[in-house]
Design a protein around this ligand. Structure first.
Ligand code: FAD
Length: 160
């Protein structure tokens, strides 16, 4: 098994797209991430996974807080900005929720305090204790097999 085959296999897991944001001394830093999941209902915990080379890693360690912004279908450009996929720098204005930076228009804004961190291989898992949530009625942006997509009604399946 080589790296490419592993990445291709992992890309077969369709996900939403988030922007993780944190704030150190008023300086907001964002990063696109799809390694996000819910961990526990009581207490309310989530997990994110940050690569060892990502600049946001040290910033979250410092601030001990982060927000997870689940992007809407019309926010692909934000995903590209915070993944470093656009050449020119774009100014992005952040709102605040519970004092943490969040993105307006996101399907969900989830703000967290770091409750634990675990280094696993070349990534660090941050467990976040959720302190506040804001929801928006919008369709999510989807990432599958290395491409951005959106949901369509025809694909919806009703479970009985
Ligand atoms: P930088 O490279 O410093 O920042 C990323 C970009 O965001 C830069 O272009 C920067 O200018 C811009 N930016 C940051 N803050 C601001 C601001 N306040 N205003 C305007 N622009 C700003 N990596 C992971 O570690 N974990 C994942 O789960 C993950 N999932 C991904 C999912 C998808 C769909 C994609 C496309 C990428 C994913 N990545 C993930 C890769 C990650 O997004 C990139 O490697 C990213 O560039 C690394 O971020 P960095 O912290 O080093 O920040």
């Amino acid at each position: 098994m080589d790296d490419r085959q592993f990445r291709t296999a992992m890309g077969k897991f369709a996900t939403g797209v988030t922007v993780i944001a944190t704030d150190v001394d008023g300086d907001v830093h964002g990063m696109t991430a799809n390694a996000f999941m819910s961990v526990s209902l009581d207490p309310k915990l989530v997990v994110i996974s940050i690569g060892e080379k990502a600049r946001i890693l040290e910033k979250i360690k410092q601030s001990k807080t982060f927000s997870v912004n689940i992007l809407a279908a019309d926010q692909q450009e934000l995903s590209m900005i915070f993944a470093g996929q656009l050449k020119e720098h774009r100014e992005v204005i952040f709102d605040r929720l519970d004092g943490k930076p969040v993105l307006a228009g996101a399907v969900a804004q989830i703000v967290c305090e770091v409750s634990a961190e675990h280094v696993e291989g070349d990534h660090t898992l941050f467990i976040g204790r959720v302190t506040d949530i804001q929801l928006e009625d919008a369709e999510p942006l989807i990432f599958y097999s290395g491409r951005y997509r959106s949901l369509t009604e025809e694909e919806a399946v009703t479970l009985k």
